[in-house]
Design a protein around this ligand. Structure first.
Ligand SMILES: [Zn+2]
Ligand SMILES: [Zn+2]
Length: 411
């Protein structure tokens, strides 16, 4: 049931409609004069009811509508253009927008004032909605602002539709078993990616990365133009990532296909990943997951091999002291060239010796997010205080380091 509209009730609305009826408007534009009043009617239906209620005899319009210049008569053509712009692209949800000549929008507001309506609906929002209805009817896709696969922008003055394809997101966890593998593609330091003699023309410092191994088959499966890899932090290149692995979100840019068989695609990355990377818990994700992964600050557990001649009792004593104190860490010397130099306070929340031998011992640690573990062990030339080395009073060197667990919310 259509609800009452103001021309049934309000003399000002009747007057506004009467004035607008002589302005050479199309049914869409005429109906929109009272467009934000009541619901359940399309604008042309509203226009017809309005004309009947007021006993208006509308003279046949000559030429295009004086307001929209015929844009609403050409909605089917705009729908054709939108569909053509996304040919070969898989999409199930979409949003419509439109760009209008600002002069038309200004003329519309002036018209509302002239005829005295307070119920006018803007041409742009009506056009977007009507274009959306046509696309829904022709494709079965769902229109609306919520998580679209594509966004259509009808550029009315130019006469074409621009399509924006939104990324496909996939989340999962990776385990890294190789101590020579960076997390992300690492552009060559000399040529910054363009290719030079030093990098053998590859543009890269390392032949491959977790990112490239994981993204490869997904790029192929989606026909995406590129990808971004968002890890929940990163480990050093020479550190392994064990346990349940590190959460990541893979963002596939400008994909042609969105329906992917995750398990089959995962199988395709196995040859390149062999003995280097394991990918688990793959699931569809969304844009918000990128932020979630980037902003998480979970505690982490490590296994650290340490070189240094210290009696076991002294190590244990130092660990007890370390656990009771906050650590002041200045940005490590090794990353100071790319991060701002500041002091932050972190804690080692658990620590124990799991193995001790001649001139070496192995520790399991659990630390707050953002703790520089190598620097905490070795001292980083006094930039981390106290360090394990300063507490035992003997120089220490990290022999190896593995991340045993990321204690994120999905634990
Ligand atoms: Zn019109
Ligand atoms: Zn290079």
């Amino acid at each position: 049931m259509a609800s009452p509209v103001p021309f049934d009730l309000d003399p000002r609305a009747r007057e506004a409609a009467r004035r607008a009826s002589s302005r050479g408007l199309c049914d869409e534009c005429f109906g929109r004069i009272l467009g934000r009043a009541g619901h359940g009617l399309t604008n042309p239906e509203r226009a017809a009811r309005c004309a009947a209620a007021l006993g208006l005899v509308t003279a046949p319009r000559e030429g295009p509508c004086s307001l929209c210049l015929g844009a609403f008569d050409r909605l089917d053509l705009w729908a054709d253009r939108a569909l053509r712009s996304a040919e070969g692209i898989e999409w199930h949800r979409f949003t419509c927008g439109s760009r209008w000549d600002p002069e038309i929008l200004a003329r519309e507001e002036a018209l509302w004032t002239e005829v005295g309506t307070e119920w006018g609906e803007s041409a742009r929002s009506a056009f977007n909605r009507e274009l959306g209805k046509r696309l829904e009817a022709r494709t079965g896709a769902a229109g609306g602002p919520d998580r679209p696969d594509v966004v259509f922008l009808a550029d009315l003055p130019v006469g074409r539709v621009e399509v924006t394809i939104l990324p496909v997101y996939i989340r999962g966890r990776y385990r890294k078993l190789d101590r020579t593998l960076p997390q992300t593609r690492w552009p060559c330091r000399r040529c910054r990616g363009s290719g030079c003699d030093w990098c053998g023309g590859t543009g890269k410092t390392y032949p491959t990365s977790v990112e490239e191994i994981v993204a490869g088959p997904f790029l192929k499966a989606t026909g995406a133009a590129g990808s971004r890899f968002h890890g929940m932090g990163r480990e050093d290149i020479d550190a392994r990532m064990l346990g349940r692995g590190r959460p990541f979100v893979l963002e596939l840019l400008h994909p042609c296909r969105r329906t992917i068989d995750l398990e089959r695609t995962r199988e395709e990355l196995l040859p390149a990943a062999r003995e280097r990377v394991e990918v688990i818990d793959l699931r569809p994700a969304e844009a918000a997951d990128v932020l979630r992964v980037k902003e998480a600050s979970p505690e982490k557990s490590y296994r650290v091999g340490v070189l240094g001649s210290v009696p076991l009792a002294k190590v244990n004593e130092a660990l007890n002291v370390a656990l009771s104190r906050a650590i002041a860490q200045r940005t490590p010397a090794r990353v100071a060239h790319r991060r701002s130099d500041r002091v932050r306070t972190r804690r080692v929340v658990a620590a124990r010796v799991v193995e001790a031998g001649e001139g070496r011992f192995t520790l399991d640690l659990r630390t707050e997010a953002g703790t520089y573990v190598k620097e905490w062990v070795e001292g980083d030339g006094g930039r981390t205080e106290p360090s394990l080395a300063s507490l035992v009073g003997v120089p220490l060197k990290v022999e190896f380091l593995d991340v045993l667990e990321i204690h994120d919310a999905e634990a």
